[in-house]
Ligand binder design. Structure first.
Ligand code: CTP
Ligand code: CA
Length: 228
């Protein structure tokens, strides 16, 4: 048997992945969140690790085992996820934002449980927009000059291609991955659409791990080679 030495696709590179939902507290016992399972992000973290990368997954509240060899940073809110991401991406080569970040958080977090006041009227809740983690990182100097390759995700319920194209432009990222949501939330398989400056490539329905491996290969092909 002749074995060829093939260096792993992402050997020596650092990959940061956000995954899962965020949870935005309203009071000590309640908050708003969403149904993201984190499975796609964890599959990408695993696949990037298999490809030889040094991988950090920044996870919102999810019930998933950490892939072998992956470093995990657990966070709750979008603001915590942004802080953790900004701490990890300055040394990274690739940033993959799969997290379903809550778009809004309650404008104020009550230190005590909000009680019914007996009037029969619900409390008037108001919300504040959360920071856009992907757009913030994509605007950084390293991302702008191509040293940090940023990948966005978009779950769309309709007009996937048009929405994914528009989102790629708006976020300022070289690669945007679309999937039809929220039907894929929590499922073990998925189907992806890769949108870049060249156009659209479809990765047909497969397990999230199989798709993650294909996506990692696509990212490795597009990201700037090590040391440049
Ligand atoms: N994203 C992020 N921070 C946010 C919102 C989104 O990092 N506050 C990232 C997601 O992780 C994903 C991409 O941006 O990679 C697209 O998220 P999506 O929710 O589809 O886009 P939004 O800009 O929030 O637009 P909308 O939900 O209105 O479609
Ligand atoms: Ca959103």
């Amino acid at each position: 048997v002749i074995a060829f030495f093939q260096p792993k696709l992402l050997a020596g590179r650092k990959v940061v992945v956000t995954a899962g939902p965020t949870f935005e507290a309203l009071d000590p016992i309640r908050g708003i969140t969403n149904h993201s399972s984190g499975k796609m992000g964890f599959a990408i973290a695993r696949a990037a690790r298999e490809a030889g990368a040094d991988v950090v997954v920044i996870a919102g509240p999810v019930r998933l085992a950490t892939p072998r060899g992956v470093r995990r940073v657990d966070v709750t809110s979008a603001r915590q996820m942004l802080a953790a991401t900004e701490a990890e991406t300055p040394q990274a080569d690739v940033f993959v934002a799969t997290a379903a970040v809550a778009d809004w958080r309650p404008a104020t977090e009550s230190g005590q449980k909000i009680k019914k006041d007996g009037s029969g009227q619900p409390p008037a809740l108001s919300f504040t927009e959360n920071p856009d983690i992907l757009a913030t990182v994509a605007r950084s100097e390293r991302a702008q000059r191509g040293a940090l390759f940023c990948v966005g995700f978009a779950a769309e319920s309709h007009d996937l291609v048009d929405n994914a194209r528009a989102k790629r432009e708006r976020k300022g990222v070289p690669l945007l991955v679309g999937n039809i949501g929220p039907s894929t939330f929590g499922q073990d398989d998925n189907q992806l659409l890769l949108v870049d400056a060249q156009g659209v490539v479809e990765l047909p329905r497969a397990s999230k791990l199989a798709l993650a491996r294909q996506l990692v290969a696509e990212i490795a092909r597009r990201a700037r080679p090590a040391g440049t």
